[in-house]
Design a protein around this ligand. Structure first.
Ligand SMILES: C[S@@+](CC[C@H](N)C(=O)[O-])C[C@H]1O[C@@H](n2cnc3c(N)ncnc32)[C@H](O)[C@@H]1O
Length: 195
């Protein structure tokens, strides 16, 4: 069992994975050296603004970000964090954890189809499902069924009515990608949180 590292957004996964891959440890080390926490606040997460070949962010993207942040400030995820048997209750940690922002993005975007890569305990899945519009569906992919993850938060009843569907597939495999092409292409929002 490793001590969780609060400077890494994957720390809650580490509680069950004893062996951290070398590449991941190296990336974490480089990040800490390149972007050291300038404060004595324990949970500090760096963020980046990146430009791609298509140029700067569009007005629509900026509006989405502003709307999502505004909503996240007042988002109440206490009903979700209450399902957790132990602290820290990540959905209540804002800023620094992504749950409130995810809820805000879904609230603003109102996507009919969400694809998540990386279910783990299901925290982000049920958080995003909270504001999924009527008839919407969230597909959450993982290589491990949530039932096998200690401390899983999602319950079998969360899958009633197929609002949330877990798909077991390794999306690093091209064949899995092909097999799931239709679902992946139907997504209005894709959240990739797998490592
Ligand atoms: C950071 S955890 C996800 C946490 C979750 N999204 C949340 O915020 O509550 C990463 C998960 O990604 C899964 N994963 C890693 N590689 C994957 C792959 N190639 N395809 C599907 N899932 C993968 C892992 O099994 C793990 O459960």
């Amino acid at each position: 069992m490793q001590t969780p590292d609060p400077s890494d957004s994957l720390h809650h996964c580490r509680e069950v994975h004893v062996e951290i891959p070398f590449q991941q440890r190296l990336q974490s080390l480089i990040r800490r050296i390149a972007m050291p926490n300038p404060t004595d606040v324990q949970d500090a997460q760096p963020s980046m603004i990146l430009y791609d070949d298509h140029g700067p962010a569009t007005a629509r993207l900026l509006d989405l970000a502003i709307g999502a942040i505004q909503h996240a400030r007042t988002e109440d995820l206490s009903a979700i964090s209450a399902r957790m048997s132990t602290a820290p209750r990540w959905p209540d940690i804002w800023p620094g954890e992504h749950y409130k922002l995810l809820a805000g993005i879904v609230k603003v975007l109102q996507p009919q189809r969400i694809v998540e890569v990386g279910t783990y305990q299901g925290l982000s899945a049920i958080t995003m499902a909270k504001h999924l519009p009527q008839g919407g569906r969230l597909y959450t992919y993982d290589i491990t069924p949530y039932r096998q993850i200690p401390g899983h938060i999602v319950l079998p009843s969360d899958f009633d009515g197929d609002r949330i569907v877990q798909v077991i597939a390794d999306l690093s495999e091209l064949s899995s990608f092909e097999a799931n092409r239709e679902i992946l292409e139907s997504a209005d929002l894709v959240f990739v949180d797998a490592s």
